[in-house]
Design a protein around this ligand. Structure first.
Ligand code: NAD
Length: 229
């Protein structure tokens, strides 16, 4: 049976594609307060501001391309069963060719109904406006998991992580919960890697190799190693 690699990615993997990270200096959240743009309360208070914030993110995303790290992860599928669990709301893993992707925090290029969360739509272009409605006539909101909301895919992601033979974390500060707790669910005997230029030691995690470097450099090298193993 093919070994199962679970790749857990955060904002850092998309940094070299030109998408700002969350907490790095110069990160996009320095310019906006979370509570003004990424909470259910913000949406209640000022829909136009929230829509504009995500419209600008979406507009930027359309000009960005996957980088060598996204492409390398897609290449792993030649030899391994691969599941990507991402905190990112961009679609760069999809565009690089990965086929099994779980978006824990939603998808920037999708909208969902405020009346029925199961009604999810692709957004054509970059703009979602007030007055754009679902088939029930309710306003569409960004298909994003905001701070303070439940993470619906968390149980699935936890189950998949428990099946990992190899667990690779790329570009995550491991500070946004519950997603950051996934590493605790990887089997003790699984091989684990953490790729992040600012990686902190995780002394309580067994079989962990830390690669302190940028994703577009470190991930292709790691993938080559795994493909010949
Ligand atoms: P984070 O911003 O908290 O952490 C980013 C991590 O990436 C840091 O540890 C940093 O050292 C590392 N990093 C920076 N440049 C890197 C590079 N070139 N290669 C590898 N690592 C690099 O991000 P997080 O842990 O993903 O949590 C942030 C939250 O913000 C997530 O919930 C996510 O949904 C959201 N977010 C998503 C995007 C996106 O979709 N691309 C962008 C920003 C924020």
């Amino acid at each position: 049976m093919r070994k199962h690699i679970v790749v857990f990615t955060g904002a850092g993997i998309s940094a070299e594609s030109g998408i700002k990270t969350f907490r790095d200096s110069g990160g996009l959240w320095e310019e906006h307060r979370i509570e003004d743009v990424a909470t259910p309360e913000a949406w209640q208070r000022n829909q136009a501001l929230v829509l504009d914030f995500y419209n600008q993110r979406r507009k930027q995303l359309l000009d960005c391309q996957p980088n060598a790290a996204h492409f390398a992860i897609a290449k792993l599928e030649a030899t391994y069963k691969v599941t990507v669990i991402t905190q990112n709301v961009d679609d760069l893993h999809e565009r690089a060719g990965s086929t099994k992707i779980i978006h824990l925090h939603g998808e920037l290029r999708k909208a969902r109904s405020t009346a029925n969360p199961r009604l999810i739509y692709d957004i054509d272009g970059w703009e979602l406006k007030q007055g754009d409605t679902c088939e029930l006539g309710s306003q569409l909101r960004p298909h994003i998991v905001w701070f303070g909301e439940l993470v619906p895919m968390m149980d699935t992601a936890t189950y998949i992580t428990e099946q990992a033979d190899i667990f690779i974390i790329i570009g995550s500060s491991l500070e946004v919960y519950p997603a950051a707790s996934l590493i605790n669910h990887a089997p003790h005997n699984s091989t684990k890697y953490l790729v992040d230029p600012n990686a902190k030691a995780l002394p309580y995690i067994e079989n962990l190799t830390i690669k302190k470097g940028k994703a577009a450099h470190e991930v292709p090298a790691l993938v080559e190693k795994l493909l010949i193993a």
